[in-house]
Design a protein around this ligand. Structure first.
Ligand SMILES: Cc1cc2nc3c(=O)[nH]c(=O)nc-3n(C[C@H](O)[C@H](O)[C@H](O)COP(=O)(O)O)c2cc1C
Ligand code: SF4
Length: 471
């Protein structure tokens, strides 16, 4: 188990510039991928998407990593997330990025992904939402009763869809492209020995499980050229086991409970560097959300809503919802929520190990809010940059507050993770009612985040009832 032990109050390193490839970032803080239902139904970015991103671009941070933008027409996960599966999306994205960046020294990196069998929602069930490396049952993630093994032709098409989408990112004049091999999404399903039981050239050994990602990386590099900024988001350690998550068929206990560990991921990181990847974006865990990737409280109310909102999609989804509805709240919180806790700089030590071993620029993700924690990780050289999601959603002016000398924002994110659990079914925003003077204030804030009208102010939370939950 790793522990973060280098907090440095008063530091200013977060303000120093950093260069990756040809791109110079104005400072060390990035907005991490944060997706919401703010695009049109076909996946075209909307004015609401622009205004959501622009609020961060104006906040002093050095760059934004987009939500996971879909490369596959069929797997829009969730609905109303942006897509880049066709050339028709290039011009709207190009204009959106122009507007987001206008007047701000904020780089824009598009993260591309394919959710595979972890597709969260769909209007109605569709077979494409269960494609994966192999056939398996997973109670928590995805809605299909069972995933379906991809054929070699489907794999070839998936590789090509990443390359085409990456070329569109380049054509839309973004500053870089990131492929997500994390979050339990399709590439991660190939990397993870629990979900990849193949015996062809895409599975059967750690090297073979890397083949799908390797083919994607080669195709993407070819599509965007040698100079374009290209990163990969990687889970340092799978932590496959979640309490009560039933998975089938059983696998060797090491894979069932563990999955890829740090030495294996470090080897993958080394290969990615050799393949011409410019940076790695490090988190951990398998599936979104999971206790390691989104360190904090168990978002019971959010999962409850999600389970009910998706129960029409399959027998599994229905059983999940019924179980949730029948289980008393205190049992849900204590049993389903086992393992959820806040850990500051949750993945900084993983980032550190990979950075030292591979000597590649590394962005650490998860649990960064306090100035001491951010600076501690940077000054200890555990990572080169930090990526922040929930604390920036809670306080879009977080960077300005830290710049002005604050150690912690006045009304900090509580890491309740409700925003993560709600994002597939509700508008994006902060859902911790305790941070607001009233429920109406909270709703106003959510509506403002999702509004296509930039003039609508984000209500500053008035209450300060809560603090950061203890680790
Ligand atoms: C509302 C919301 C939506 C998110 N959407 C994505 C996404 O589309 N792709 C992704 O890779 N991560 C996504 N994440 C995960 C964040 O990028 C980040 O890894 C996680 O929240 C932990 O970082 P934090 O402690 O700074 O919040 C999302 C997080 C939140 C809160
Ligand atoms: S306090 Fe708000 S922004 Fe922070 S995790 Fe909770 S819902 Fe998300």
């Amino acid at each position: 188990m790793v522990h973060f032990r280098s907090e440095k109050p008063g530091g200013t390193m977060f303000r120093e510039p950093f260069k990756i490839g040809d791109i110079t970032f104005a400072n060390r803080v990035l907005r991490s991928s944060m997706g919401g239902r703010n695009s049109f139904y076909d996946g075209t970015v909307s004015p609401a998407f622009v205004h959501f991103e622009r609020r961060f671009a104006q906040s002093g941070i050095a760059g934004i990593i987009s939500a996971t933008i879909a490369v596959n027409k069929k797997r829009m996960s969730p609905l109303e997330y942006p897509s880049l599966h066709d050339d028709r999306f290039v011009e709207p994205l190009k204009e959106a990025v122009r507007q987001i960046k206008e007047g701000n020294d904020c780089k824009y990196i598009v993260q591309l992904g394919d959710t595979g069998a972890h597709t969260h929602t769909s209007l109605l069930p569709q077979d494409e939402d269960r494609l994966s490396a192999s056939s398996f049952f997973d109670l928590f993630y995805g809605y299909h009763n069972r995933s379906r093994e991809m054929t070699p032709d489907q794999i070839t098409a998936a590789v090509a869809s990443f390359a085409s989408a990456a070329r569109r990112v380049h054509d839309a004049k973004c500053d870089g492209v990131e492929i997500t091999a994390s979050k339990g999404y399709l590439i991660h399903q190939f990397l993870n020995p629990f979900t990849n039981r193949r015996t062809d050239r895409y599975g059967g050994s750690p090297e073979a499980r890397f083949t799908f990602l390797e083919e994607i990386v080669k195709a993407v590099r070819k599509a965007v050229g040698r100079e374009f900024l290209f990163g990969v988001r990687l889970s340092a350690k799978d932590f496959n086991y979640l309490p009560l998550n039933i998975r089938w068929p059983l696998s060797p206990l090491r894979d069932y409970f563990g999955g890829n560990d740090l030495p294996q991921t470090t080897e993958y990181a080394r290969r990615l560097k050799e393949l011409g990847v410019n940076y790695l974006h490090i988190d951990s865990g398998f599936g979104f959300p999971n206790p390691h990737g989104s360190p904090g409280k168990f978002p019971d109310q959010g999962y409850h809503t999600f389970a009910n909102a998706t129960r029409h999609l399959s027998t599994k989804a229905l059983v999940r919802a019924v179980a949730y509805n029948l289980t008393p709240a205190f049992i849900r919180r204590n049993v389903y929520g086992f393992g959820y806790r806040f850990v500051p700089a949750a993945n900084a030590d993983f980032a550190d190990a990979i950075k030292k071993a591979v000597k590649i620029p590394v962005i650490a993700n998860g649990g960064f809010q306090d100035r001491a924690v951010i600076n501690g990780a940077l000054e200890a050289d555990k990572c080169d940059m930090v990526a922040i999601a929930r604390p920036l959603l809670a306080n879009p002016d977080l960077f300005r507050q830290l710049e002005a000398g604050a150690e912690r924002p006045t009304n900090p994110c509580t890491f309740c993770s409700l925003c993560c659990a709600q994002t597939a079914v509700f508008p994006l925003g902060c859902y911790d009612e305790d941070r607001f003077a009233s429920r109406e204030d909270m709703m106003d804030q959510i509506m403002a985040w999702s509004s296509p009208n930039m003039d609508m102010p984000i209500a500053r939370p008035k209450a300060t009832k809560t603090g950061v939950c203890a680790s």
